[in-house]
Design a protein around this ligand. Structure first.
Ligand SMILES: Nc1ncnc2c1ncn2[C@@H]1O[C@H](COP(=O)(O)OP(=O)(O)OP(=O)(O)O)[C@@H](O)[C@H]1O
Length: 455
């Protein structure tokens, strides 16, 4: 028989004699009574499944159990408890929020065996999903859509070339994070990465900011100060919103790109500086050139390699992934009751236009965590309407009623499968159809079961 590992946390030393029955059914059970022991064992052995024995007293201290669950280990938990423990509101809350299922004492080993099998399978599916979550390096750059894959390939290529790069994309779409990734992967990766916001200062201050100044160059210049270009020496200078660079500075910057030397304000010598420039713009620089607002030669000098960062609405496949990533990242002790998003919340995010791109998504996730009173984040928590008139993908489409129905059917199946993490049984239950019907409909709509093997 296949032996499956199970951690049993028994903080009150409750002996219910049921564990032997489970051992006989192939479970390798390790029981611990102390929180630190439990944590050490999980860290060392990476359990998929844990069981918690609640004490028999109604007012038993449940804080060690709360602390253990707050660690949000990637595993499923089953609670075993005496029926009277369910009179304790805190216990009920903890069970609703942190456990896959619970069983009351005295135990029915058959039923428990069944639940453990399910929870174990679910933990394996979750593990597979986590392994499939595409993330790149330690930059926290997440995505799985074809557009994202192309973006990352461009980042890799740009990293291998020591030429200026122009990063284009809407506000909040990830231009700076892309520039940082290029820098970190380049041969300059262990040297400084300095950011300058080109529109942040008036021209004269921006000049000193970029090129530095000599002592006495102007009133208040009490000492010599190096500018951002020198500070980035050997590394990368990131010129954010380069389109906002004042006209006179565009000329000076062009000279720097050609001659690779700087002269501090008030200085009389040219200082060679080896810096790679990565510039970013959310506006169309080619149009700015055509309109006479941006120097054509500077545009050419900045853009031997161009990286286009797609907007979030151009890569809708990444929305749910990013929303989950940031939820996991922000969840802490205070928000441990939050398990994820409702199917409606996922739909609302998929349909939304995201004018503020990933930065807006992050802000909405943060807001939702504060607003969410339940286990699952709703569209309202995110500040998004479920279906805003005129925002469905059917708008303007000429299709028959049958086609529209089929489209809606496919969409609701996809959303439900995503929300249940491809658990066919749960999805079928939520959709109020049999598993066979769901399989048939998935086949009809050519929906792949990405977590085959369970449910
Ligand atoms: N692929 C991604 N995966 C995870 N997080 C991302 C990704 N892309 C961007 N972000 C996050 O989104 C936020 C906005 O990204 P960033 O600051 O790079 O955008 P930007 O285009 O430079 O914005 P702006 O134009 O406003 O300066 C940051 O918190 C960043 O970490």
């Amino acid at each position: 028989m296949d032996t499956r590992k199970l951690l049993c946390f028994d903080p009150t030393g409750t002996d219910n004699g049921v564990l032997d029955a489970l051992r006989a059914r192939g479970w390798d059970i390790i029981t611990v009574t102390r929180l630190d022991e439990a944590k050490n064992l999980i860290d060392a052995h990476g359990f998929h499944l844990g069981m918690v024995l609640f004490g028999s007293r109604e007012q038993a201290d449940i804080s060690p159990i709360q602390s253990l669950l707050a660690m949000r280990y990637p595993m499923e938990w089953i609670a075993l408890l005496p029926p009277q423990a369910l009179h304790n509101r805190e216990v009920c809350q903890l069970i609703a929020q942190g456990f896959y299922d619970y069983h009351t004492l005295p135990l029915d080993p058959e039923r428990l065996q069944f639940t453990l099998g399910h929870a174990y399978g679910m933990a394996l599916v979750m593990k597979r999903l986590r392994a499939q979550t595409p993330s790149h390096g330690d930059e926290g750059i997440i995505g799985c859509s074809p557009k994202f894959t192309k973006l990352f390939a461009d980042i890799e290529r740009a990293a291998g070339l020591d030429v200026p790069v122009l990063v284009r994309g809407e506000n909040g779409s990830g231009k700076e994070i892309a520039a940082r990734a290029i820098h970190r992967r380049s041969m300059r990766g262990d040297r400084p990465f300095i950011v300058v916001s080109c529109g942040a200062l008036p021209s004269n201050l921006m000049m000193s900011e970029l090129f530095g100044f000599e002592k006495g160059a102007f009133a208040g210049a009490y000492r010599t100060k190096e500018g951002s270009i020198e500070a980035a020496s050997g590394g990368t200078l990131f010129l954010d919103e380069v389109g906002e660079l004042p006209a006179d500075l565009q000329e000076v910057m062009l000279r720097f790109l050609r001659e690779k030397t700087i002269r501090r304000v008030g200085g009389d010598r040219d200082i060679p500086v080896d810096v790679r420039i990565i510039a970013a713009s959310h506006t169309d620089l080619a149009k700015a050139v055509a309109d006479g607002h941006f120097l054509e030669e500077l545009y050419q000098a900045l853009s031997p390699f161009v990286v286009n960062v797609p907007s979030l609405r151009e890569r809708r496949d990444d929305i749910e992934l990013l929303a989950k990533y940031y939820l996991d990242l922000f969840v802490n002790e205070k928000y441990r009751h939050i398990s994820g998003y409702t199917p409606e919340a996922v739909t609302s995010m998929q349909r939304y236009e995201w004018p503020g791109n990933i930065r807006e998504l992050i802000n909405r996730v943060r807001r939702a965590m504060v607003m969410c009173e339940d286990r699952w984040i709703t569209p309202q928590d995110l500040g998004l309407n479920v279906v805003e008139p005129g925002t469905t993908k059917f708008q303007g489409n000429v299709m028959t009623l049958d086609e529209a129905k089929a489209e809606a059917e496919k969409e609701i199946i996809q959303v439900t499968l995503r929300a249940t993490e491809n658990n066919i049984s749960r999805a079928a239950r939520q959709l109020a159809v049999s598993r066979m019907t769901l399989y048939r409909l998935m086949d009809k709509h050519r929906i792949r079961n990405t977590a085959a093997g369970r449910g």
